[in-house]
Design a protein around this ligand. Sequence first.
Ligand SMILES: C[S@@+](CC[C@H](N)C(=O)[O-])C[C@H]1O[C@@H](n2cnc3c(N)ncnc32)[C@H](O)[C@@H]1O
Length: 218
Amino acid sequence: MQLDVFTLVPHAFAWLTEQRPVATVLGNELDLRLFAYRDFTPLRAGQIDDEPYGGGAGMVLRVDVVAAALDAVYGEAPAHRVVALTPTGRQLRQAEVEELAVEDSLTLLSARFEGFDERVVQHLASDAISMGPYVLSNGDLPAMVLVDAIARRLPGAIKTESGAFESFSVALDGGLEYPHYTRPSEFRGWRVPEVLLSGDHGRIAEWRRTQSRARSIG
Ligand SMILES: C[S@@+](CC[C@H](N)C(=O)[O-])C[C@H]1O[C@@H](n2cnc3c(N)ncnc32)[C@H](O)[C@@H]1O
């Protein structure tokens, strides 16, 4: 997948690119490109934002600046999906991650300050996605969340079994994963459920299914 992120601070993504699973798929299944709006702005002195029409606090990321950046990189309107990261978008769920992870190309737009000029969302983006009903200072953390969530769905990113049996997976009917335990089997009187120590794989599988269902409806 060709995954492009437009941001004010490309260097913020350095940490992410060193972490698994992103690091694992970088250069093979994932080609991650980071673009700075400032490198493409047609305005003087690297200007990318402006005061809001109608007044009010904060600065707004200009539509002409975002358009110039997209034009410079793609030449014309991208044929693939362009996701604006904004708290006003639809909230990200695993189903959308799966959907985005099978795209050949994808562009993420991150903003700061008061956010995008609305015409970015309306005319330059195909999707608007929110990380949840809260406001973060910028779209870079949301972009990193999305890159990570997509990267772990790409071939070879994680062990197939880990990806198949996890929260929100089809194998668990879209529900939550069952609890995990490891050594010691008893700590401060807190014992690991007996069934997990039994070696009876049929009972263990049944216990896990029951736990997963109970958590998912609870
Ligand atoms: C301070 S926020 C702007 C908030 C905006 N004024 C509002 O009230 O909806 C700046 C930028 O951070 C990003 N951002 C903040 N919270 C987000 C969220 N929950 N999901 C996705 N992006 C978010 C977006 O790119 C947003 O434009």
